[in-house]
Design a protein. Sequence first.
Length: 224
Amino acid sequence: MAKSDTPNESTPIVSKKSDKASTQPGTSATTSTNAMTDNTAQGGRDSAFISKVAANMGVALATMAFGGPLLYFWILPDSHKFTSVADGLGCGARLLSISALTLVFSVMAVGLTRLFNSSECNPASPSYTPSAIIKLRAQFLQNTLEQFVIHAAAVLSLSTVVADCRLLVCLCIAFVIGRILFAVGYSIQPYHRAAGFALTFLPSIIALIYVASTTISQGFSGTK
């Protein structure tokens, strides 16, 4: 009797699907390993960035710690004593005109960039895509506006509790230098802006906390 060409039912038939399934665990492990490697690398980059930001902020703190007392006690003259709250507010308002120049120059930087660049002249166009330089300058303008609002509140409120204008001058000098450092650092590397940001932000916050604590300790009386 001739043998049948039909395969025996007891013969195992291995499908390609099972072969693919058998390779999936290895593929999954490889993918997981790659993901862990990427996460580790990202974590390393984040740690390096944070370290550089901290170093730049340390520079700002050192500048405040040494430059502030130097300005207050040895450089600035102790000549103008406030005789009233109105006298202090007037001095603070005049000093803010110097700080406001940073905001003026920020607006001018954005305006001149649009004026001399034809691709930036019509930001309302549906096809408009802002360039890197206009993004940078617009972000600097936005940050300067935000910082100036806080700075103005700090200067004006501090002017009602101090005896002379030296602290107010220190605040304005720190603000202007901080804005310059922020602009220069931001154009080089993002983490370099930290020194300028800290030199702008921290003195204002310290002044506001001091005035608020003084106001609370005096029972919200509003007097020196």
